[in-house]
Write a protein of this length. Structure first.
Length: 404
């Protein structure tokens, strides 16, 4: 297979890293806290790139991979439905609803859509450029065919404009195929196998798996991780996003990268409202992650006693607040970032073959602690992500290890 130029500054299965998701008006201190041994780049929705231009420029100055997902799936929504005027400056955003999951697009429409999508990312500072993708209610039909044709057109645009050259600031660029998928579809092993084969045929540098509507179930996370490992089977990279905290188990299992961070853990389709300039970015509604329970504590005053007991019994090493106290105010965001980096570093350090054993042991301890604090069950997806096997080239299919 003829691939585009091999780029060193992209995720690699030999050098696993996290991409830090930076939501709307991400704080400047976030970039200063990123550990290059753990984080290779940032991801920020393209619709926020103009408003957060300084943040994107600072990421570039630090030499970070910069992904600006274009979220083409927003064209599937009515203009007045959660789209807002912030989307209008993007040339590929249409005036009326157009749902490629329902209607086959013409060849001229495919070509123009892909070209403007690629150009919008490059012009706003991205170094990791994605192809358009949409969320399909019925997968494997006309919608997926449109996405594959859009990806092929984006490759042609990329190659025609020699897009894999360095940016003016010297940072190398690369093209990935976006694989948007409803989490429920990933529970079908045959469908996952079909997806792998379809996308491996594309002349791209790697793949970005964007999961929507995740329920954090065992089979869903097995499928998502199997999809990533399958797409990496010829040495290219796969990035997994949208699966919540269990992305860490997928990273440990051997994916080149996962993408996680504030506002970017488990997207839904249709999506929540876009934030506006008037939105108050206070941390009052921020769930607090704790590694001992492998998840976040519930929001609300009723759960405050359990949160206090959790931190008293399991002091936090993040250094952003008193170790035995629940973080408050800005410290919530700082704590969550430190925990994300700490957990990602541990996942990267694991031998992928040991992931299932390690996360099985951690899951057992977390379930015991959760039961004693009466704070709800552990999401089973952790075990699914950690136990997924790699693509089996001989059998031409994907197998699953026992979750335990």
């Amino acid at each position: 297979m003829s691939l585009t130029r091999v780029v060193s500054a992209v995720p690699s299965i030999a050098d696993r890293r996290l991409l830090a998701y930076a939501g709307y008006h991400a704080p400047e201190w976030l970039l200063d806290r990123l550990d290059p041994a753990v984080v290779s780049g940032i991801a920020k929705p393209l619709i926020h790139a103009a408003a957060d231009q300084q943040f994107v420029a600072r990421a570039a100055a630090k030499g970070l991979i910069t992904a600006l997902p274009g979220e083409a799936w927003r064209n599937q929504l009515a203009p007045e439905d959660k789209r807002r005027l912030a989307l209008k400056p993007l040339d590929y955003m249409l005036d009326a609803r157009a749902d490629p999951s329902e209607t086959r697009l013409s060849d001229p429409a495919i070509s123009e859509y892909a070209a403007t999508y690629v150009d919008a990312q490059i012009s706003r500072g991205a170094t990791l450029i994605g192809t358009p993708a949409h969320v399909h209610r019925v997968d494997g039909d006309v919608g997926r065919d449109n996405d594959l044709r859009l990806a092929e057109a984006a490759v042609a645009e990329w190659e025609g404009r020699q897009g894999s050259r360095e940016r003016p600031d010297g940072r190398p660029t690369a093209l990935f195929a976006t694989v948007a998928v409803n989490a429920a579809a990933l529970t079908n092993p045959d469908f996952v196998t079909w997806l792998v084969r379809q996308y491996l045929a594309l002349r791209v540098d790697g793949f970005w798996i964007a999961v929507f509507n995740s329920r954090h179930g065992l089979a869903q996370l097995q499928g998502a991780t199997r999809l990533g490992l399958g797409l990496q089977s010829d040495g290219r990279f796969a990035i997994l996003s949208g699966v919540g905290d269990a992305h860490l188990a997928a990273l440990a299992r051997g994916l080149a990268a996962t993408c996680a961070g504030h506002h970017g853990m488990a997207p839904s389709f249709p999506p929540a409202d876009l934030p506006t300039d008037e939105d108050d970015d206070t941390p009052m509604g921020v769930p607090i992650y704790h590694p001992a329970i492998m998840g976040s504590t519930a929001l609300g005053d009723d759960w405050e006693p359990a949160r206090r007991a959790l931190f008293r019994r399991n002091p936090c090493p993040c250094g952003r607040h008193a170790a035995d106290q629940v973080p408050d105010g800005r410290a919530k965001r700082e704590h969550n970032l430190e925990m994300l980096l700490h957990e990602a570093a541990a996942a990267i350090a694991l031998d992928p073959l040991d992931a299932a054993t390690v996360f099985k042991r951690r899951s057992k301890a977390a379930r015991t602690l959760r039961a004693s604090l009466e704070i709800g069950d552990l999401k089973p997806g952790w075990r699914g992500a950690a136990s997924a096997r790699a693509w089996n080239d001989d059998a031409g299919s994907i197998g699953i290890a026992e979750a335990g």
